[in-house]
Design a protein around this ligand. Structure first.
Ligand SMILES: Nc1ncnc2c1ncn2[C@@H]1O[C@H](COP(=O)(O)OP(=O)(O)O)[C@@H](O)[C@H]1O
Ligand SMILES: Nc1ccn([C@H]2C[C@H](O)[C@@H](COP(=O)(O)OP(=O)(O)O)O2)c(=O)n1
Ligand SMILES: [Mg+2]
Length: 208
């Protein structure tokens, strides 16, 4: 027989529920500066940065059975089925040992969003949205120089279309729930980070 406290701490099926992690979704068009700003946030606050795109690219490199499918979809600017991406995110969450995550570039469509919510039961604390013009994003992507197969003008145009048609509705969904923190991302990196910093600073204590 367990104590009352033990009983209260157990889930309905008797398992001990894991502590709910804090998740911030970091969204914005391709080249809006998600990865750049996530690196800054990690330096200042106790977060683990999980880039869905980086996890998918690592999966291609690892020689996984899904590698070719992922590679073809990325080259076409298409969004990989959530089943694949969510497994990678879950594994990275478990391996991190942290309980605060910046999930960068996910959810990118309604299917990503709904599946993540039902599989993990996690609701984001808020959504950081980098609002940037296509003109500026195109310029940045064409000079990113990371050797990415999708940073060519043909794929970039496809990615912009997918962003408008599939990813913006996810941002609107969270906006209707008052969860979106919109940041003007056209400005220089340091200025964008000043705004980002002000969003995180009151909520999360600084790492020493
Ligand atoms: N505010 C900014 N002003 C100018 N260039 C930027 C800015 N933020 C990021 N960049 C550059 O633009 C490119 C895309 O940034 P990145 O962080 O990879 O964006 P995302 O992850 O949203 O695609 C990179 O080469 C990066 O150095
Ligand atoms: N949730 C996601 C995130 C990325 N992808 C795929 C499709 C995207 O065009 C590529 C690249 O994503 P990534 O976030 O690295 O790209 P950007 O940083 O926005 O330029 O990965 C996906 O299929 N599903
Ligand atoms: Mg990125």
């Amino acid at each position: 027989m367990g104590t009352v406290v033990e009983a209260a701490n157990k889930g309905e099926n008797g398992s001990i529920p894991e502590k709910n992690p804090t998740v911030v979704f970091v969204l914005g068009g391709p080249g809006s500066g998600k990865g750049t700003q996530c690196a800054n946030i990690v330096q200042q606050f106790r977060y683990t940065h999980l880039s869905a795109g980086d996890l998918l690219r690592a999966e291609i490199k690892s020689g996984s059975e899904n590698g070719t499918m992922i590679q073809n979809m990325i080259k076409e600017g298409k969004i990989v089925p959530s089943e694949v991406t969510i497994k990678l995110l879950q594994r990275a969450i478990q391996e991190s040992g942290n309980d605060k995550f910046l999930i960068d570039g996910f959810p990118r469509n309604e299917e990503n969003r709904a599946a993540f919510e039902s599989v993990t039961g996690i609701e984001p604390a808020f959504v950081l949205f980098f609002d940037c013009s296509e003109e500026e994003m195109e310029k940045r992507l064409l000079s990113r120089n990371q050797g990415r197969e999708d940073d060519n003008i043909e794929t970039i145009r496809k990615r912009f279309k997918v962003f408008l048609e599939s990813s913006l509705p996810v941002i609107n969904y969270y906006d209707a729930k008052a969860k979106v923190r919109k940041v003007d991302a056209v400005r220089p990196v340091e200025e964008v980070f000043e705004t980002v910093n002000a969003i995180f600073a009151p909520k999360i204590e600084k790492a020493e």
